[in-house]
Ligand binder design. Structure first.
Ligand code: TRP
Ligand code: SF4
Length: 419
């Protein structure tokens, strides 16, 4: 299991069709390695899928279980990571609503994906309230868990940046509580021998704008033995603001996948050039055998150029140095044929998929296993998001302790006359 102080990681994926080897090499392998060191939350973003596919609910419904099975097949481990479905955790919707009160329209309109997608997906009417709110819903996904790291591709970076701005605005508006400074000063005692240095760093930052002191103060807090609330309180105090209710997340950039499609372009459903994650063996063999090669290599006796051949791209992903040498040498001298060259690629893809097919078969033959994983994941997610929501509601003036007290002891207020 992960250390209690490990950074929280959160990421989501929209269920809009089958996952393929591009997702495996680009995203899922990365999730699998993160789950060992961090408290990871991975979820199916079905509400996000509806913002663009509101006219295709059947597609979303059909993709959700398959996608979860694909994650498990790829090695995402429900013992280590929390897997859940966005729409089963209504806290995301509640936070989205509350954040919408403070989200300036201009910020949403300026998120680059907003205009891009509208221009690209011309067959769809995306001038909806829901689609404009896409990045804000994503902010709610992240902030509900106070996730520190969000593994995403380059295209999602503006959404993380937007989330940071929303969090900052929220903390600025609602992080002021009466007596904050005094409370923080009391908490600083918990730093023990480091207290003096912490206060000195704070003064250097606040009085001289010394950015290095701010950074050193953050490092000091990160290493101190504090509870999360204490760390957040002192973080706010260090920066001269109020309490940090919603910490700003950072994007953890996933290196772009080098996985090509079977035509050499990027592997993508819209190009029809994919090999799906659990595609059956016969189909994989056929797809690779019929892949195009260097068009100049018409006859077996013509030498070829790997740099003009999509099969070479596969060797770059799947073959070690000696085999790559074998390809370059054999191809450029017409020493090997293209089918011969493809065989090790076929073997490597099948070998990669074998454990995935095996893991998936357990879940396919016994759907109750998946139900249980998701039910438990949703419970854990709700507990984590619920804790944040209690603070958010209180900060926005939406907790009514006196009313709640009365509910707890009904006999008392039964006696209160109504008029
Ligand atoms: N927008 C993301 C994508 O298209 C999916 C997503 C939704 C997400 N909510 C998220 C990713 C929260 C990271 C964190 O890939
Ligand atoms: Fe492509 Fe290999 Fe044929 Fe060369 S030998 S053209 S690299 S498939």
């Amino acid at each position: 299991m992960t250390e209690p102080n490990a950074a929280r990681v959160l990421s989501g994926m929209r269920p809009t069709g089958q996952l393929h080897l591009g997702h495996y090499h680009g995203v899922l392998k990365n999730w699998v390695s993160l789950q060992r060191e961090h408290a990871c939350f991975f979820f199916v973003a079905d509400w996000h899928a509806l913002t663009t596919h509101y006219d295709a609910p059947q597609l979303i419904a059909a993709s959700v279980s398959d996608m979860l099975i694909d994650w498990l097949a790829a090695g995402v481990d429900p013992e280590q990571a929390t897997l859940f479905i966005q729409s089963k955790v209504p806290e995301h919707a509640e936070l989205h609503l509350l954040l919408s009160m403070i989200a300036p329209l201009g910020w949403l309109e300026r998120v680059p994906t907003y205009k891009d997608q509208q221009e690209k997906l011309t067959e769809k009417d995306l001038s909806t309230y829901g689609f404009l709110g896409y990045p804000l819903l994503q902010s709610a996904d992240i902030l509900a868990y106070r996730a520190e790291l969000v593994p995403v591709g380059e295209d999602q970076v503006p959404h993380i940046e937007f989330t940071r701005e929303i969090a900052r605005r929220f903390n600025h508006l609602y992080g002021k509580e009466p007596g904050f400074e005094q409370k923080a000063e009391r908490t600083a005692a918990r730093l023990g021998a480091e207290k003096g240095r912490f206060l000195e760093l704070r003064t250097r930052y606040l009085q001289n704008g010394d950015a290095a002191a701010l950074e050193a103060g953050r490092v000091l807090l990160a290493h101190a033995n504090l509870r999360r609330e204490e760390r957040e309180q002192l973080g706010g105090y260090l920066e001269g603001g109020g309490k940090i209710i919603l910490p700003e997340p950072a994007a953890k950039l996933t290196a772009a996948s080098k996985m090509p499609g079977i035509d050499g372009q990027k592997m993508s459903k819209s190009y029809g050039n994919t090999i799906s994650l659990r595609e059956d063996e016969a189909s994989v063999v056929k797809k690779i055998r019929t892949m195009p090669t260097d068009p100049a290599r018409v006859r077996r006796t013509d030498p070829g150029d790997p740099d003009k051949c999509p099969v070479w791209q596969f060797h770059l992903v799947y073959s070690d140095e000696p085999r790559q040498q074998w390809v370059r040498q054999g191809c450029t001298t017409a020493g090997i044929g293209c089918l011969e060259c493809k065989q090790p690629v076929i073997d490597a893809v099948l070998a990669e998929q074998k454990p995935m097919r095996e893991r998936a078969s357990r879940y396919i033959s016994d759907p109750s296993l998946l139900n249980k994983i998701v039910a438990e994941g949703c419970d854990r997610a709700r507990a984590a998001a619920g804790a944040t929501m209690r603070e958010v509601r209180a900060a926005m003036g939406l907790s009514y302790p006196s009313l709640e007290e009365k509910r707890a002891s009904p006999q008392q207020h039964a006696a209160v006359p109504l008029e």
